[in-house]
Design a protein around this ligand. Structure first.
Ligand SMILES: *[C@@H]1O[C@H](CO)[C@@H](O)[C@H](O)[C@H]1NC(C)=O
Ligand SMILES: *[C@@H]1O[C@H](CO)[C@@H](O)[C@H](O)[C@H]1NC(C)=O
Length: 194
């Protein structure tokens, strides 16, 4: 379990264990940003999202089968940056993980604040690919970590319910970026869910 939390923390940070890197030497190349959709006229969503789907060139469906649904909250600052807090249930308590997303000149596209604190991360960009604000959002993340390029996408839901349509759209999105079923995971509910 301790390793599970470590892994999750690293994924949230966008950093992987060296061990995992060694076992995935042939990464699917990250798509250029121009090939990734951007939500037109993004209107700064806020509040809590549940992470219902994850996919990326560092994900492995078999290895990450036990991955649990967790929540991520977006709080808008006055300068249009976001405080993004992920909450993970862990050992009967909740752990919080905060990072800051800084807006870029493209609406809906952000970089990671305080990037110098994250050892090994040379570049980090994310964009809101699509959202309807009230039910779902799909985000794209790309980073360069120790000269390797990683990318991932996340499916957010306002509730913990993963509808077949959301699931299907997310799978299509993942595949449009060159990923396969093998790279897509749908986190499971936790036994302690209320
Ligand atoms: C975001 O985080 C900073 C630093 O922890 C804090 O000072 C600020 O009040 C937070 N902003 C919001 C909108 O919660
Ligand atoms: C879980 O929490 C309890 C009580 O806070 C603590 O005594 C125990 O060491 C923790 N276990 C782990 C694996 O962190």
């Amino acid at each position: 379990m301790a390793l599970g939390l470590l892994w999750l923390g690293l994924v949230l940070l966008g950093v992987l264990q060296t061990q995992a890197l060694d076992s995935t030497p042939n990464l699917i190349p990250a798509p250029p940003l121009r090939r990734v959709p951007l939500q037109p006229d993004f209107q700064n969503f806020q509040g809590k999202w549940y992470v219902l789907g994850l996919a990326g060139n560092e994900f492995n469906k078999e290895k990450h089968r036990q991955f649990k649904i967790y929540a991520t909250t977006y709080e808008l600052n006055d300068d249009n940056s976001y405080n993004v807090t992920s909450t993970l249930a862990w050992n009967q308590t909740c752990d919080h993980w905060l990072r800051i997303f800084i807006p870029t000149s493209r609406r809906g596209q952000y970089t990671l604040g305080n990037i110098e604190r994250y050892t090994g991360i040379q570049r980090y960009v994310l964009r809101v690919a699509a959202t309807d604000y009230t039910q779902f959002a799909m985000l794209f993340f790309k980073k360069i970590y120790r000269n390797q390029e990683y990318f991932k996408i996340t499916l957010y839901g306002r509730t913990k319910e993963l509808t077949p349509k959301l699931k299907e759209n997310f799978i299509s999105f993942a595949k449009s970026l060159g990923l396969t079923d093998h790279h897509i995971i749908f986190p499971i509910h936790q036994c302690m869910d209320k």
